[in-house]
Design a protein around this ligand. Structure first.
Ligand code: SF4
Ligand code: SF4
Length: 431
């Protein structure tokens, strides 16, 4: 049986309509790599890794392309081919990032097939060796530095909740790979000696909850349904709702010995440990009212957003491309921006795009404060940011903002509240 906590939740938040058609309805589809791939050496806003290949070198799928000093971040080749040059690309998170350009061997290279091994056949190593192996294969686990340090986790929360209503990568991964996710979660439970391990998804997905509970029968993984009020998928809110613990102000779940990860990360771990594959191809949701075939696609990092969108098809002329979903994503200027290992969602919209000039005076309705899941006053923080009174803003703890975008979403005056809160946060971080 799965467990369903009706009462425990968090203050604020908002129930959002699931976009139709549901991008989770289709099986995950693979997109062949383009003839030329430019694999970025930085996945988000961190410093770029250093190249470990030279022009003219032949590489095979899974070969190392670059690594950060000290080996903290590694980038591997998603395909076989020849390094044609060291290039520069724009990613959704940084401009002008170093990249390895690969002339892909054979037209239409697809994701390498996994080996025959199953989770039962895997020889799960102890914590130190496991983390070492995952690091070598470029699996980027949230809070991995903390895992390295403590090597002891009290609770593991694996989220099947997608952080944005447009995204369904975690939900679809659970639907397609229930055995792999559950067996990996059970193995990690034992490896880390966790007290409790949770697999969490929307309580409205009752058939999937029952199916997962059946898969998890007899193993230590607890399948758990939660009311999916946005932004329940954020790590600190999951800790409160599922583990019943409060993450202190400005801290991460590590502060209460909880490791929050997600279904897609479980598949990265499964592929690395069981199938000995480096972390390269990613599951990305393509959604939005301009897309004719929304769904989840396996894509090689270094592919352009334009090629992914073309594959999903356009039903209408797009007015905006957002990476990361409609609530708090990043609008990208062109389809030439390349995908990284961190990209989980691309939303292409033709309607509902509001110009900044449409912002009006605050109506003092209080909606932004009511929905804020961490109790901030976004209107007050925006006013302080606009009046450059950032020292006063510090006292209101803007750093606890989850970047959920809900204040922007509910504001009837279309005020750029999240931008104001971010400005206050940046001031706190540089003090
Ligand atoms: S202030 Fe931050 S946490 Fe609060 S609603 Fe706005 S984006 Fe979300
Ligand atoms: S939601 Fe918008 S209009 Fe309402 S109080 Fe907040 S800033 Fe003002």
């Amino acid at each position: 049986m799965f467990m369903f906590t009706r009462g425990r939740s968090f203050d604020g938040g908002r129930f959002l309509a699931t976009p139709a058609p549901d991008s989770a309805a289709q099986p995950i589809r693979s997109i062949d790599a383009p003839a030329t791939l430019r694999v970025p050496l930085a996945q988000a806003d961190e410093p770029a890794a250093e190249p470990r290949v030279v022009t003219g070198q032949t590489v095979a799928a899974n070969d190392l392309l670059g690594e950060s000093p000290g080996g903290a971040g590694r980038v591997h080749s998603p395909v076989s081919g020849t390094v044609s040059r060291l290039a520069r690309v724009d990613t959704p998170y940084q401009q002008d990032v170093p990249a390895i350009e690969i002339a892909v061997a054979g037209a239409g290279a697809s994701e390498p097939s996994p080996g025959e091994r199953t989770a039962d056949a895997a020889d799960w190593p102890a914590v130190g060796e496991l983390l070492d192996r995952l690091g070598r294969l470029g699996v980027d686990l949230a809070e991995s530095a903390w895992l390295w340090k403590v090597r002891r986790v009290d609770e593991i929360i694996i989220s099947g909740l997608d952080c944005d209503p447009a995204q369904s990568a975690h939900l679809r991964t659970l639907t397609s790979y229930a055995d792999e996710v559950v067996s990996t979660a059970a193995a990690l439970h034992d490896v880390f000696g966790a007290r409790r391990t949770w697999l969490v998804l929307d309580s409205a997905r009752r058939r999937l909850l029952s199916a997962l509970a059946e898969v998890a029968r007899g193993c230590p993984v607890r399948v758990h349904g939660v009311v999916s009020k946005y932004p329940q998928g954020m790590a600190n809110l999951l800790v409160r709702t599922v583990a019943g613990a409060e993450v202190p102000c400005e801290a991460t779940p590590a502060a209460v010995a909880v490791w929050v990860t997600d279904a897609c990360a479980m598949m990265d771990v499964f592929r690395a440990v069981v199938q000995e594959q480096a972390c390269t191809w990613q599951t990305v949701t393509v959604a939005g009212d301009a897309v004719s075939s929304p769904g989840n696609y396996r894509v090689a990092p270094g592919s352009t957003i334009g090629s992914l969108v073309r594959h999903a098809g356009l039903a209408k002329t797009p007015r905006q491309i957002i990476v990361g979903g409609v609530m708090n994503g990043i609008a990208v200027p062109t389809g030439d921006v390349v995908l990284t290992k961190r990209t989980r969602c691309v939303t292409v919209r033709c309607d509902g795009v509001r110009a900044p000039s449409e912002a009006m005076a605050c109506l003092r309705c209080g909606e932004c404060q009511d929905v804020c899941p961490v109790g901030l006053d976004p209107r007050g923080l925006l006013e302080l940011a606009e009046r450059n009174r950032l020292e006063l803003a510090v006292r209101r703890h803007p750093q606890v903002c989850l970047d959920c975008g809900l204040c922007d979403y509910v504001c009837p005056s279309s005020l750029p509240l999240m931008r104001g809160v971010r400005r206050c946060r940046e001031h706190v971080s540089v003090r």
